[in-house]
Design a protein around this ligand. Structure first.
Ligand code: FES
Ligand code: FES
Length: 162
């Protein structure tokens, strides 16, 4: 089937079987290098992308369900000024994920920030993948997201007043 969606704000097309996982499409057709497919079952959180702004494991998202939707990967986030909010928040909280996890943690944080105008610790905890990596604590990640969310709020206020 033909699918058409936006990938990092640009129109994207692919011809694939309808149940092809989005992770495979992004890697094979668009050379997206940030996705690491380890469990392939939606458990490890190593293949997160934003689908309409929500973090989803792209290994279990079938091609037919992304038609007409907006997909963002960390490659797309990196090109936006808002990415600095994540960088600052992670730095302040002392969160420095390994290269394997950095993109996924950024995608998860971005999704939380976009969806919660008043972000609470509990909402972050509820969004964590089932398997959390051993090299950073849940507390550190939560602090990092809250700090990034504060930077994003300041950015929004600044944009309104300038
Ligand atoms: S590879 Fe583990 S959630 Fe996708
Ligand atoms: S930060 Fe990558 S395995 Fe923990």
């Amino acid at each position: 089937m033909d699918i058409r969606f936006t990938l990092n704000d640009e129109l994207a097309f692919a011809t694939v079987p309808p149940t092809t996982p989005l992770a495979r499409i992004l890697r094979d057709h668009f050379s997206i290098g940030s996705l690491h497919q380890t469990c392939a079952s939606g458990q490890c959180g190593q293949c997160l992308v934003l689908l309409e702004g929500a973090a989803v494991p792209s290994c279990i998202v079938p091609a037919f369900s992304v038609r007409g939707y907006a997909v963002e990967t960390v490659e797309g986030l990196l090109s936006k000024p808002e990415f600095m909010d994540l960088e600052k928040g992670f730095l302040e909280a002392g969160l420095s994920p390994c290269p394997l996890c950095a993109g996924n943690k950024a995608i998860l944080a971005e999704s939380l920030i976009r969806h919660h105008p008043e972000l609470q610790r509990q909402e972050i905890l509820s969004a964590l993948p089932r398997h959390w990596c051993p090299c950073s604590t849940v507390d550190t990640f939560t602090n990092a997201v809250l700090a990034a969310w504060n930077h994003r709020r300041r950015r929004a206020r600044h944009a309104q007043t300038s």
